[in-house]
Write a protein that binds this ligand. Structure first.
Ligand code: GLY
Ligand code: MN
Length: 464
């Protein structure tokens, strides 16, 4: 938790950005996995953590925008709780740590919300993503389950997004720490990988590193020789000489700040010539984004510049043909990279995606494309100092997508479909770093960059 002043000043800023009414914050509760007392590891809501810091289940808060009055709602533990959980700080003392003077039992929330509604005041709420909070919101405000996204307060969402998009120095310090733990996870796999192991062996080692050094992974680990499947969560294969393995994994530390890195390793420790050629294009694309990202450029333009570089590299190998700018405009890059260059990262690995991807990654100056790849870009905005974004280009050979485009003649003037036959079992390559936008450019988050070039990867895998 940060110091009291951080939370106080965030809330003071927030209410200046909302015109009237009350702001309703619902924290998360425990979530049962297979029976009530057997729960998933508790994960507090990130917006709650940002404004109230308290990492405990079953809390809510209301801020009166006009009077500035703030109330935290929660229940103190009773003797039964103490028997199972040990003594716990009171709600009032937890609230005091984040500068909130007024607390009330959770049951009082309904009275407060209903009193505001009765006076015709606007009750601003954020779109819920957990069923428990949907039910809670429905009982507090009567919002239909199918209307919760539409009726969430756009003013509240936008105010939260504008604040959380620009990371404060204390947050950057935490993200650096999360990146250092993410580095350790990846290096553990880099050192251990060898043919004959199971993919799951590496997943276990990496997740052990993060559990002992932090809190949990920032998302379910992606580790697969079938890297052409972008989010491949199956880990049952035996690592095989000559194949590549995509490892996309990150750490979430106890403060809940995240990291997200991807590296693609040759199972045997050495790339084949064909792998080196494609790998080098992706690695140059990743480095180009680091060089281009700076305040004033849109991340959409960085995405497009990286796609252009990759199309040129693929043209040099004979896989793309025609004019590269025309190929880019036609969306030919989507065949090879059907995802965006990156996303915001912070308290969530895809930061604030629960508030709506378009509110986070787009504004009135940038609209979302319908092209495959560019249309999946999660962060397209003009960059500002304090933004934290991932830089994760990739090239994948997805047989079903190649067959579809070939059959439909999509981008037929730009793709040398006959040359792609030699790549049908290639898999995919993705390389991902986490960037902080500074006053003059961008820097890598974390103290050390994971091995990235062909030479760095082969050397790191060869070291004991
Ligand atoms: N690292 C997983 C993702 O960005 O979607
Ligand atoms: Mn990512």
């Amino acid at each position: 938790m940060f110091s009291r002043n951080i939370y106080v000043s965030r809330r003071q800023k927030l209410i200046k950005d909302v015109s009237e009414g009350i702001l309703l914050f619902l924290g998360n509760g425990e979530a049962p996995s297979n029976y009530g007392d057997n729960q998933y590891i508790f994960r507090q809501d990130s917006t709650w953590l940002y404004f109230f810091g308290i990492d405990q289940p079953d809390m809510a808060a209301v801020i009166d925008v006009e009077s500035g009055e703030e109330t935290i709602f929660g229940d103190n533990v009773d003797i039964d709780d103490i028997i199972w959980m040990g003594p716990q700080p009171s709600v009032a003392s937890r609230a005091e740590e984040v500068g909130v003077a007024k607390t009330a039992p959770l049951a009082d929330l309904e009275k407060v919300v209903k009193a505001a509604v009765a006076k015709g005041r606007k009750v601003h709420f954020l779109p819920p993503y957990r069923f428990r909070n949907m039910i809670w919101l429905n009982s507090l405000l009567g919002v239909g389950f199918d209307r919760m996204k539409e009726e969430a307060s756009v003013e509240f969402i936008k105010a939260v997004v504008e604040m959380r998009l620009v990371k404060e120095p204390c947050e950057i310090g935490q993200i650096d720490l999360a990146c250092n733990l993410g580095y350790a996870m990846h290096m553990a796999a880099t050192k251990l990988m060898k043919p004959g192991m199971l993919e799951q062996d590496l997943v276990g080692v990496m997740e052990g590193v993060v559990i002992s050094g932090g809190y949990m992974t920032s998302f379910p680990t992606i580790l697969s020789q079938n890297g052409e499947t972008l989010h491949n969560h199956s880990h049952h294969q035996i690592l095989t000489e000559g194949r590549l393995t995509v490892i996309d994994a990150g750490a979430e530390i106890a403060s809940h700040y995240c990291s997200d890195f991807t590296r693609t390793l040759p199972c045997s420790g050495r790339f084949t010539q064909q792998q080196k050629e494609i790998y080098t294009i992706v690695s140059e694309g990743n480095n180009l984004a680091l060089g281009l990202a700076r305040p004033g450029i849109s991340y959409r333009d960085v995405h497009l510049a990286v796609c252009r570089l990759m199309l040129q590299g693929l043209k040099n190998l004979g896989l793309v043909k025609g004019d590269v700018d025309e190929a880019l405009a036609a969306g030919a890059a989507g065949l090879f990279m059907p995802h965006g260059l990156g996303h915001n990262m912070g308290l969530d690995v895809h930061d604030m995606e629960n508030l709506g991807e378009n509110y986070v990654g787009y504004d009135e100056t940038v609209t979302r494309s319908t092209q495959l790849g560019l249309g999946s870009l999660r962060m397209a905005r003009v960059l500002k100092p304090g933004n934290v974004v991932t830089d994760e280009p990739g090239i994948y050979f997805i047989p079903a997508l190649i067959d579809k485009w070939k059959a439909e003649g999509t981008c037929r003037d730009f793709i040398a479909f006959d040359k792609l036959d030699a790549y049908r079992s290639f898999g995919g390559i993705r390389i991902e770093d986490d960037l902080l936008i500074t006053e003059s450019g961008a820097r890598l988050l974390g103290s050390k960059r994971l091995p990235r070039t062909v030479e760095e990867v082969e050397n790191a895998m060869a070291e004991e």
